[in-house]
Write a protein that binds this ligand. Structure first.
Ligand code: DI6
Ligand code: FE
Length: 411
């Protein structure tokens, strides 16, 4: 539990709270009356306070007595589109009157209306519009955040989005991982030429990657998005660059997206409401995480559930994310996504917490976080709760009392 080879004093030591370490195959990994110590941004003690060497307490640079509550790993939101300009509240009203998401998209609204607003914004304006959403997530416990491009749909505007996303990490002190989603929608200038657009996407990807702006590659494989054959071309370009892939797969129909993502060793297949047994099997065989997005399910009032029991039976790890976007999931709390996953998908609160920490880290290819373990990054949250299930039980509320990333207090 303690790194005994390092006698240097701890930079910080938190006591007086219980720990949900998640450092086991199942269960919260609960430690009553725990202690958490860190040094150089990395956890150096995780365990019961009673087992803490007396010298560690005496020598720590700072000892924080939390006076109750629980500490969990910092939450990881592994699927968002939170960099965008404008909003789609009027589309929300249209949908409530009975117009479908797909028909709005086909009429040139939907994603394309956000593309128009995002193209018109400067990088600074985009940052200013997006920062409050990221801050809301962080202040509710998120210390690692994935952000996709996909509302620029040309080289300069995709670059602008990815740069704005990077700046969010610096502004808020959290880790931001960027995903290139050039294959999100067909921009107006390519109408009738979707294969030509995919050529362009495959041309931009190496350039953006060379600028250090891309951690992973995604596509919208759907009737209103791109075909499996087009998605495959994007993935082949990613593979040639050594970039991991993930996919918006089987959200509105089953095009075999999950199996395609798995075939490319994908980090994750996301949405997956319509994924078949073959798709689940392929994910299990390739270690592809199922990212559940109950915010979009809720907002679109979907009824088709992801194959949850099959994921469980085949040991496919399930992650949960907000999918924060202006159309289908204007959701600014990962805790609320966890709650929706419990209510709509009948996940247990323990599965939901695992889905927003350790499994979400895996969906981003990050092994150094998502658990409280010696050697992991010192990203953690102190919550004013008496049981971890409360993280899913309360809808909203101000539960995150302290948020630390890399051993630095952010909130
Ligand atoms: N699936 C989604 O949930 C988002 N993109 C996608 O491919 C929705 C994006 C939007 O409607 O703006
Ligand atoms: Fe999405």
């Amino acid at each position: 539990m303690i790194a005994r080879d390092n006698p240097a004093p701890l930079d910080g030591l938190a006591i007086g709270a219980s720990l949900a370490t998640l450092d086991a195959i199942a269960g919260y990994g609960g430690v009553a009356d725990g202690a958490l110590g860190w040094r150089d941004g990395v956890l150096a003690y995780v365990g019961p306070r009673s087992a803490l060497p007396a010298s560690a307490m005496a020598e720590a640079r700072e000892v924080i007595d939390l006076g109750g509550g629980w500490i969990t790993p910092g939450l990881v939101d592994c699927h968002t589109h939170l960099v965008f300009a404008g909003d789609r509240a009027s589309e929300f009203e249209q949908r409530l009157k009975g117009t479908s998401y797909e028909s709005i998209a086909k009429a040139g609204g939907g994603i394309l209306s956000t593309v128009e607003a995002t193209r018109a914004a400067s990088e600074d304006e985009l940052l200013a519009a997006s920062l409050p959403r990221a801050r809301a997530l962080r202040d509710d416990g998120v210390t690692t955040l994935e952000i996709k491009s996909g509302y620029g749909l040309d080289l300069d505007n995709e670059r602008k989005m990815l740069r704005a996303a990077h700046r969010i990490g610096g502004e808020l002190g959290i880790t931001v991982r960027t995903t290139f989603l050039g294959a999100h929608a067909l921009p107006p200038e390519y109408v009738g030429r979707s294969d030509g657009y995919i050529d362009a996407v495959c041309d931009w990807l190496p350039r953006l990657h060379a600028e250090g702006l891309v951690d992973a590659v995604d596509a919208f494989c759907e009737g209103i998005g791109f075909t499996p054959a087009q998605t495959r071309r994007v993935f082949e370009t990613a593979r040639a660059l050594g970039l991991p892939v993930k996919l918006h797969a089987d959200q509105l129909s089953d095009l075999g997206g999950a199996a395609l993502a798995a075939e490319f060793g994908g980090l994750s297949a996301d949405h997956v409401e319509h994924t078949s047994s073959t798709g689940v099997r392929a994910m299990a065989d390739n270690g592809t995480v199922a990212v559940l997005l109950p915010g979009a399910f809720h907002v679109l009032r979907e009824t088709r559930l992801p194959p949850l029991d099959e994921f469980r039976a085949q040991d496919v790890p399930m992650a949960i994310a907000t999918d924060c976007n202006p159309g289908t999931s204007p959701l600014q709390s990962l805790r609320l996504a966890m709650s929706l996953a419990c209510t709509h998908f009948q996940l247990t609160p323990e599965e939901a917490l695992r889905g927003a920490t350790v499994n979400a880290a895996r969906a981003l290819g990050l092994q150094d976080r998502g658990v409280l373990r010696v050697g992991a990054r010192a990203d953690f949250v102190h919550w004013t709760i008496s049981h971890p299930a409360e993280l899913c039980y309360w809808l909203g509320g101000d539960l995150a009392a302290k948020v630390y990333a890399n051993g630095t207090r952010l909130l």
